[in-house]
Each structure stands twice: as C-alpha cells, then as structure tokens.
Design a protein around this ligand. Structure first.
Ligand code: GLN
Length: 483
C-alpha cells in the first residue's frame, strides 16, 4: 500500500479498494517501524489522523468525492497546527502549541486530507542539510550517512522512504526543490503570492513560499490545487484564479522553448550532474521541445544578495521570540534584559544566531546603504534578467543543485560552502518565480534533480513539462533500498 502515489491512492479510495482509515493505520505503523532510521518526524498526530481518516471515509460514504479526500500527508513543522506543537525545528518553540491552523493546513484539511504528523526541518528553515534542527539531523533514505537536503528535509525523507505519499514544504531559497532533488522527489515552489503564508512561521517574508513535495508531478498538481488561492489574511497573497493543474498535465511539448542559461555550467557544477541535465534535455527534445541558450548575467551576485536579504528579514522576524510572548524562557531571570538575552541565547541554535547577527549588522545605520540597499538593487537586476530570458523561452532548465547529497557533518565547519549549494535555486525566490525540481538520474547511488523555472503563475506549465518527462522516464519511480 505504501508504494502508491497520491493519484493512485485517490483512485483506490474512489473505487473503495481500501478505506482512508486502513491506509492511515498502515502508514502510521510504517512510520513507527522505519522513522527511527531517518528521524523525519518531530511530532506524530495518530489520534488526529485516525479521526480525520474516519471523517473522510464518512464523507465518501455520504457521496462526496475529491482527489484529496482521505489522503494522508504531513506538514513541515513551521505550519501552525491548532493545539499541536509547532516547533519550527527550534528549542525556542519546543513548547509552542499553535492556537490556530495555517491557511495551507486549513485548506488541505477542508479538502479531506489526513495529517499524520509534523516533519523535521532545519531550525527556522535556515539550512540546506537538515542538520540544524533541535530534534537532530534527518538522514537521507538513499544513504543514511548523507543529508537529505534542507530545510524541508523531514518532508523529503519521509516521502522518499515511502512513509507517506506527499508532504508540504516551504522554500525561501530552495528548501522545497533542493531536498526534493537530493531524495529523488518532485517538488514545486509556486510563484510568490500563489499560496497563503498566513500561519507559516516567517523566515524571510519576501521570499518564503509554501508548496508540495511528492513523488510525481501529477501528485504535486493535486496537492497544489488544494493549497493555492487568494487569502485575505495574507496581504501578499494574490487574487488570481487558480487554474486546474491536473487538466494541463497532458499538454503537448511540441514547440516548447527551453532556455539553458550559459552561466549554469561553471566550475562549481559536478560534471556528472551536468551530463544528466543534458540527458534530460535530450528527452524533452524527443517530445518536441526546442532548446536555446539564454543568459542570466547577474547570476553570480544572487548568493551574496540573498545572504544579505534573507538574514536581514530573519533578524526582524525573529525579534518576536524574546522569552516574553512565545516559546522558551530562561530560568530565574535577574531583570528584563537578562530575560531577553538568556532566553534568546538558550532558545536559538548557532546557525539561527549567525543569521540574526548578519541581518542586524546589514540593517544597522551606516551599513544599510552598503549592504541591504545594494542587495535589493541586485534583486531587481536578477528579476530583469529573467524577464529578458522569458521573452525568448517558455521555461528555463538546469541543475537543481551543483552536487549530490553530502555526508552528514561534512560542511559543519564551513557554512559558506553550504550556502553555495543554493546557487541554482535562490534566484527564483529573489525574483518571485515558480520553480520545480524533478528526478533525473543518480550519481554514486544518490539522486540528482533537474530544475525548471517558468514565468509568474505558470505552475501549470512546469507541472506539464515534468509530467511529460515522467511519462517517458522512470527515475521518479526508483525506491531507496531498505524502504
Ligand atoms: N539554504 C537556504 C537558507 O539557508 C534556503 C533555506 C530555505 O529555503 N528555507 O537560507
């Protein structure tokens, strides 16, 4: 049962081959047996899951249908879930039970999904390896000595290990696409504003976006359908109709113009990944696509700009965690200042503290013009580069990551080398564009992803291209041994 994709589960439930409750119990048992190997969950919600599964079965028995009705999934532990611990991977929020559901959680629950639990993540979504979680590192099911990517590493590892068919993630600089690539999943970061951020604990508000992580593009289409849409509670949510993402999956790729940025194939890229990327292009050409070289001249400035903007916003967003209103409070504070200092020093891990320091520095008087303002200008130039490229092509294709998953601990003493892993993903966040990563082969037994980027609100095009690719390749069907 655990090998079924979300679409197969939806069909099985519709045909009454099994009930949501039966499936939920199978998956909960599988999580209990296998999750200790990979540490992909922070909290399990067995009682809630059983109640939601029974309710979904009752709705079906009463004649309701819907692709997500009765489908089990899990949420990254930065989506607020009412009455359930929402830790954001941090000691700071270890004792925080959210008083309300995030819009994404509420929308998916209304569609009838069953929440199995909350998945592990890098602390406050800062990281590319899922090593910074207060609840311990997540392991990659493809090789337990390697990282699964981050920050949505728990969602990625759980889906890759077939503990559940799909999960939610969030992507500020790559945290859906990069762990999807490193664990052989399909992951989609929507256009900024497509999915509500209400009830998502903020990392960098102008970059954060929630999206689906699953094994196939078809499944991502089903899940995105349940997540997307206008939300008056999020002032950056966009009031645009949500298209039927499943309906466009089978569109022909005849004449599709694929752009390949010449700046993508530089020295930092593992040549074996470059080869797999070019093979994926050949497959798409066989389906009728045409390839064109494009240029993103400001690409080299993206990482420096991101690592000013994201920490700047984080330093502001995380100022609310002060030991007074939410979360961890130190023992026996001597006075208010001591309370703030010790609560924050004890509650935040080293990577979060590093980001807060960098962000506060970049925003401080005298440095604002030199760093933050410059970074914002680069952000506009990067957006302009994409606009010029998309005048000529329909999608941009390249690697999702420069390297396959590294060994746990390998980059611990060198945060900059981890930041460089975001080279291909962060431009989409800086420009607000949608991006998708899909499985495209293996290097040393570890999965490799290909990234597709599209113009604003063209999530349907990304899913269409990925689905067509997945109908002629079988990388996405490969399962890690032992799971
Ligand atoms: N690795 C990037 C960072 O640490 C992106 C993380 C994310 O997308 N949440 O900021």
């Amino acid at each position: 049962m655990h090998h079924m994709t979300l679409a197969e589960i939806a069909r099985g439930l519709a045909e009454k081959k099994f009930s949501s409750e039966e499936l939920t119990q199978v998956l909960l048992a599988r999580i209990a047996q296998l999750d200790p190997k990979i540490n992909s969950f922070i909290t399990l919600t067995e009682d809630l899951a059983t109640a939601q599964a029974r309710a979904a079965d009752a709705r079906r028995a009463a004649g309701e249908s819907g692709a997500l009705l009765g489908v089990p999934l899990a949420h990254k532990d930065l989506f607020c879930t009412q009455g359930i611990r929402t830790s954001c991977g941090s000691k700071m929020l270890d004792n925080f039970k959210a008083p309300y559901d995030a819009t994404v959680v509420a929308k998916l629950a209304a569609a009838g999904t069953v929440t199995l639990g909350k998945t592990n993540m890098d602390e406050f979504a800062m990281g590319s390896a899922n090593e910074s979680s207060y609840y311990g590192a997540v392991k990659n099911p493809w090789n337990l000595e390697h990282v699964p990517g981050g920050s949505s590493g728990g969602s990625a590892a759980a889906v890759a290990a077939r503990l559940l068919p799909a999960a939610t993630g969030t992507d500020t600089g790559g945290s859906i696409r990069q762990p999807a690539a490193l664990t052989n999943l399909t992951g989609l970061k929507p256009t900024y504003g497509r999915v509500s951020r209400w009830g998502m604990i903020a990392y960098a508000s102008s970059l954060d976006q929630a999206g689906p992580m699953a094994r196939t593009a078809e499944d991502c289409a089903l899940l995105l359908q349940g997540m997307a849409g206008f939300d008056p509670q999020d002032s950056t949510s966009i009031d645009e109709p949500v298209p039927d993402y499943s309906a466009s999956l089978n569109g022909s790729l005849q004449g599709l113009r694929i752009g390949i940025p010449k700046e993508y194939f530089g020295a930092g890229l593992d040549p074996r990944i470059a080869e797999l990327v070019l093979e994926s292009v050949k497959e798409l050409e066989k389906l009728g696509a045409v390839v064109k070289e494009v240029s993103l001249p400001n690409l080299q400035h993206a990482i420096p700009a991101y690592y000013v903007i994201a920490p700047a916003e984080a330093s502001s967003n995380l100022s609310r965690f002060d030991g007074v209103r939410f979360g961890h409070r130190c023992e026996d504070p001597k006075n208010l200042e001591d309370l703030y200092k010790r609560s924050r020093a004890e509650g935040f891990g080293p990577e979060v503290q590093r980001r807060i320091l960098v962000g506060a520095y970049a925003l401080s008087a005298g440095y604002y013009d030199a760093y933050y303002l410059q970074a914002q200008k680069i952000r506009r130039l990067i957006k302009n580069d994409f606009m010029s490229a998309f005048a000529e092509v329909d999608v941009i294709l390249g690697p999702t990551t420069p390297n396959p998953a590294w060994k746990i601990g390998a980059k611990n003493d060198d945060p900059i080398s981890a930041y460089l892993e975001d080279f291909y993903t962060i431009t989409a966040n800086l420009a607000g564009l949608p991006g998708l990563s899909m499985p495209a082969g293996f290097v040393d037994g570890l999965p490799v992803g290909v990234q597709l980027l599209a113009p604003y609100f063209q999530e349907g095009r990304l899913l269409n291209v990925a689905h067509q690719y997945q109908s002629v390749t079988d990388w996405h069907t490969r399962t890690p041994s032992g799971f």
